[in-house]
Design a protein around this ligand. Structure first.
Ligand SMILES: Cc1ncc(COP(=O)(O)O)c(C=O)c1O
Length: 328
């Protein structure tokens, strides 16, 4: 059994092998993967000299809906999750993956319990509940426990609680990476080829939370464009690879782990972005593209514009992860 539903929290790999294989060598997609609205691709649009992959238009509002769909489909395919089997999905997440999981799990009649940190907004928490998630561990966290401790407690005590939890652990789950290796990345490749036939100089810019989107899409882009460069973005003061973290407002990136789903060998360069620079870039996108994006997207935009200035003529692609609405 690959997914962790037992009592010992060990390092495990869910959904497939690490390091992730090349696109051409990777596992075939799960039979029941489906798509929100097949055939469905999020747009790639050029705004102010950079190319934006509008992941905010996914059902669920972010790129993490893709991760959720793949994670659940793989867990079902591998027999770790059985629809109607009385199990409950357990995860610690701020919002976007949680929303994706609830939407996807509802299709299979599987309940979802989430440990959401104290620092997340009341609006996010109320939204998650409206999507159908059960939020757990508020009492523990008020006394200082971390979301991961809430997850560990629930796993340890699941028998007493009458539960059978499946902890999907996005940071150790290769299906998270696969979603972007097999779906987001190939979409970007097709879209670049159709918007700019003959292009060779391609840059992909993305932040690192689980690292799955920038690594997975980066692998697919590099496979199609061997000279492509992948640029990872992190908040000023952080060094994800060395596990150095500071408090910051760019929710979703640099979340306190150097995750297994990040594939460092795919990253050609790391760039830092300050909070105010990211917020200015969000304003730029609002004024120049009419898109109100979240803070982590602001960091992507700031670095993508910097690279577009450095390399005129290159295609610089980055993600609009989600809308700014839920950060109010
Ligand atoms: C708003 C936002 N930005 C960026 C990220 C980072 O994406 P990834 O986990 O693919 O690195 C996340 C992940 O949850 C997110 O929610």
């Amino acid at each position: 059994m690959a997914a962790f539903s037992g009592e010992k929290n060990v390092n495990f790999s869910v959904g497939g092998a690490f390091p992730a294989p090349r696109l051409s060598e990777s596992r075939p997609p799960p039979e029941k993967i489906g798509a929100p609205l097949p055939p469905f691709e999020t747009p790639l649009v050029e705004i102010g000299g950079i190319f934006l992959k509008l992941e905010n238009v996914n059902i669920g509002g972010s790129h993490k809906s893709r991760s959720a769909r793949w994670i659940i489909a793989r867990a079902i395919e591998d027999g770790d999750l059985q629809p109607g089997g009385g199990q409950t999905i357990l995860e610690k997440t701020g919002e976007n993956l949680g929303i994706g999981l609830v939407i996807e799990a509802a299709k299979h009649g599987i309940p979802v319990e989430l440990a959401v940190g104290m620092n997340f907004s009341a609006r996010k928490k109320s939204l998650l509940k409206r999507y159908g998630a059960i939020l757990i561990g508020a009492g523990m966290m008020q006394k200082g426990a971390l979301p991961r401790e809430v997850v560990a407690f629930h796993l340890e005590n699941q028998k007493n609680m009458g539960k059978s939890y499946v902890f999907l652990d996005q940071f150790n789950n290769s299906a998270n990476l696969e979603a972007h290796l097999r779906e987001t990345g190939p979409e970007i490749v097709r879209q670049i080829k159709s918007l700019r036939p003959g292009t060779k100089e391609v840059f992909l810019v993305g932040g690192v939370g689980s690292g799955a989107s920038v690594s997975g899409a980066g692998m697919a882009v590099k496979e199609a464009f061997p000279d492509a460069k992948v640029i990872a973005v992190q908040p000023e003061g952080c060094d994800i690879l060395r596990e150095v973290f500071v408090e910051h407002e760019l929710q979703g990136i640099a979340v306190g782990v150097n995750p297994k789903t990040l594939q460092p060998e795919i990253i050609d360069r790391w760039e830092l972005c300050g909070e105010s620079e990211a917020m200015d870039a969000r304003e730029w996108l609002l004024k120049n593209g009419g898109i109100y994006a979240g803070p982590s997207t602001g960091a992507n935009i700031k670095i993508a514009r910097q690279i577009a200035r450095e390399r005129p003529g290159a295609i610089v692609v980055t993600f609009v992860y989600d809308s700014g609405d839920t950060y109010e």
